[in-house]
Design a protein around this ligand. Structure first.
Ligand code: GUN
Ligand code: FE
Length: 426
């Protein structure tokens, strides 16, 4: 069962500082789990089926910790606004269309196919408020073999009339039905998804917290993305010292149940400390933060504090599904932040962003995002031979170049939990 060996340039993170590269080495998969990386293949594995990707770059798959599937349709459009104006003008209008299952079927088919062909092997995905369309999204993602958490979005205020749940009670009933009806997929699981505090009343949050406890669900949402949004939350939630408290008072801010908060561009020290204490994951989404002029998150601080952090594409505030692009932008944004805002926080390095895209975000799924022993066998095979160069480059240099070129088009095969999802004949 799913026992095989892969040969190639094996690249994986042990820590955010330690990137291991074994040129033309071997990684062994047994029952969907990595059981070893070797420079020379031990004799006992000689009988295993063998994939020869000599000279190709082999990386663990990426985890996209924050992506909105219904927004994939308008990626790259309407980017001249800040968060709240962008939501009202473009996002809610598009998401309302997913009450139409035919539209959803078409749009989610495109999303699932493009995600399959990307370097992403795991993702935390927002749907819309519509239970049927979200179930359809789950089915399509499940069929790709990618591992995903998918959330039916909850929101009951400050949105369009046709994109608002009618009452906390109705939202509770619809969400419970959606959860119980969609727990049986092989690769995809439900995640509780209150959109963000401005669109979720206290009554709704109370109801969602009952469901969270009853079904032991993880939570995903947005936090401290934009200064105007933070001010709005202060007004909506009097008595909270910082934005994160508005989730925490409903038990939706980590421990004991896992949570991901996207952005944290403007989180206070107190907010970050609570996230560290309660193991809340941060999804850093640098392209989104640039496009919506939200700011530059202090990722160096997240790493120094030991806060669990990964990367998100945040489609459609981010335009690209490529986590190579998220890695490049994470570095580039951190350089601008260092130069223009705070020279005490050193820019991010290749080792660090590679860690964030793989093992950092992968941790939300358990042991995922590395080739260390005991990790889920997720692998992406990259053939960069069409990127011509006159000089000799080692595997480390080739990986660095792939990050800065920021494209997923050189991928020739992908494995998730030891299952091959595709292989392109070249
Ligand atoms: N905050 C609430 N909803 C959204 C969304 O769809 N995208 C982003 N970037 N931020 C949000
Ligand atoms: Fe988002």
């Amino acid at each position: 069962m799913r026992k095989f060996v892969i040969k190639g340039n094996i690249c994986y993170s042990k820590t955010s500082d330690e990137l291991c590269i074994i040129e033309n080495g071997y990684v062994v998969c047994e029952n969907g789990i990595c059981t070893g990386v070797y420079e020379e293949l031990p004799e006992c594995y000689a009988i295993f089926p063998f994939y020869d990707y000599t000279d190709k770059i082999i990386i663990p798959g990426f985890t996209d910790l924050h992506v909105h599937a219904p927004q994939y349709s308008f990626r790259g459009l309407g980017m001249d606004l800040e968060l709240i104006g962008w939501l009202d003008t473009h996002t809610f209008v598009e998401e309302a269309k997913y009450s139409d299952l035919e539209y959803a079927d078409n749009a989610y088919g495109i999303f699932a196919e493009d995600l399959l062909n990307s370097a992403t092997t795991r993702a935390c995905v927002f749907g819309t408020i519509h239970p049927e369309a979200t179930a359809l999204l789950m089915e399509k993602l499940d069929n790709t073999g990618i591992k995903a958490y998918v959330g039916k979005v909850n929101m009951d205020r400050n949105s369009l009339g046709n994109l608002c749940e009618k009452s906390p009670e109705e939202a509770f009933a619809d969400t419970e039905k959606w959860i119980t009806g969609n727990m049986g997929f092989e690769n995809v699981k439900p995640i509780l998804t209150p959109r963000f505090i401005p669109t979720c009343s206290d009554g709704l949050m109370e109801k969602l917290s009952i469901l969270q406890q009853k079904y032991s669900l993880p939570v995903q949402s947005h936090l401290s993305e934009n200064l105007g949004e933070i001010q709005w939350v202060k007004e909506l939630c009097p008595g909270t010292a910082f934005y994160g408290e508005a989730y925490d008072r409903h038990g939706m801010f980590g421990k004991p149940l896992p949570a991901i908060m996207a952005h944290c561009v403007h989180s206070s020290q107190d907010e970050l400390e609570l996230m560290k204490k309660q193991n809340v994951f941060i999804a850093h989404c640098p392209e989104s933060n640039t496009n919506l002029s939200s700011g530059i998150a202090p990722v160096r601080t997240f790493l120094d504090m030991g806060i669990k952090t990964g990367l998100g594409s945040d489609i459609a505030a981010g335009s690209s599904l490529s986590l190579f692009k998220a890695m490049a932008m994470a570095i580039q944004c951190s350089k601008l932040r260092w130069r223009l805002k705070d020279q005490s926080l050193a820019p991010l390095r290749i080792e660090e962003v590679f860690y964030l895209a793989t093992k950092g975000g992968g941790e939300f799924f358990g042991n995922a995002g590395s080739f260390e022993q005991g990790y889920e066998f997720d692998a992406v095979i990259i053939d960069d031979s069409t990127l011509k160069h006159p000089q000799k480059l080692n595997a480390r240099e080739r990986l660095e170049r792939l990050v800065y070129l920021a494209e997923d088009r050189h991928i020739i095969a992908k494995f998730v939990s030891g299952r091959k999802l595709f292989e392109k004949i070249i």
